[in-house]
Design a protein around this ligand. Structure first.
Ligand code: DC
Length: 225
């Protein structure tokens, strides 16, 4: 099996780029952020402080998060219920950042991330895939972009959805998530030593996809169609 690990900060375009690259080479795309978001969603619904390790730990006992595919798109389930459409709100984003700093949550989600890569050729994206989840991945990419550019893209996305945050607010939110993701004690976001850096600050979507495919081709060219 082949594994491509793509890590990087929020808003670098990891998921859209990874999804498209996976389609092009016939690999399964695994969005691990969705699993952290699902845990966060459940905590918010149950009025549990996502930063309270003990309370989160207690709640995890009765919680099953799983994922599957429908029409080629990843779906995420909470105790059997499909919650894919409910995990992309700003509240869930910041709660996901908080729960992802807890060891107990990272352990809770670890096995299923590894299991899917044992049985499929995958492009898996997240924060610690190349460093912790799939340290033996044949291809590791650290996908990033300047923080101002990431905020600008996110701002445009929100405007298109009719949500009215200012560019400055969005920049602050992205900076806060970077800070959380990079400075947490457990599995912080960092570039694996053997990860290839792809900076999309000055690349459009298609150019970013081509840059990622070029790295994959170079590392495992013979393994892909
Ligand atoms: O990629 P995303 O924005 O959907 O991720 C949501 C949160 O989950 C983000 O704050 C970081 C965290 N995360 C993580 O810690 N490890 C991963 N492998 C994926 C996501």
């Amino acid at each position: 099996m082949y594994a491509v690990a793509i890590d990087g900060p929020a808003g670098a375009g990891k998921s859209t780029i990874s999804r498209e690259a996976a389609k092009r080479i016939g690999f399964l795309y695994v969005d691990t952020g969705a699993l952290y978001r699902a845990v966060a969603y459940d905590m918010l619904e149950n009025k549990i402080d996502p930063a309270d390790a003990q309370a989160v730990c207690r709640r995890l006992q009765g919680l099953e998060i799983s994922f599957g595919y429908s029409g080629g798109e990843q779906q995420v389930y909470r105790n059997g219920e499909n919650i894919t459409g409910r995990i992309r709100t700003p509240e869930v984003s910041s709660a996901a950042s908080a729960v992802s700093a807890l060891t107990v949550v990272r352990q809770f989600l670890f096995d299923q991330q590894q299991a899917i890569a044992r049985e499929n050729n995958v492009i898996m994206d997240g924060r610690d895939i190349g460093t912790t989840v799939l340290p033996h991945a044949q291809v590791k990419i650290y996908l990033t972009a300047a923080v101002e550019e990431r905020a600008r893209r996110r701002f445009i996305e929100l405007q298109q959805k009719g949500e009215g945050a200012s560019l400055d607010e969005v920049l602050k939110e992205v900076q806060k998530r970077d800070e959380n993701d990079m400075n947490r004690a457990v599995s912080p976001l960092r570039r694996a030593e053997d990860a290839v850096l792809v900076d999309t600050t000055h690349l459009d979507f298609q150019q970013s996809v081509s840059a990622v495919l070029a790295v994959i081709q170079e590392k495992i060219g013979a393994g892909i169609k």
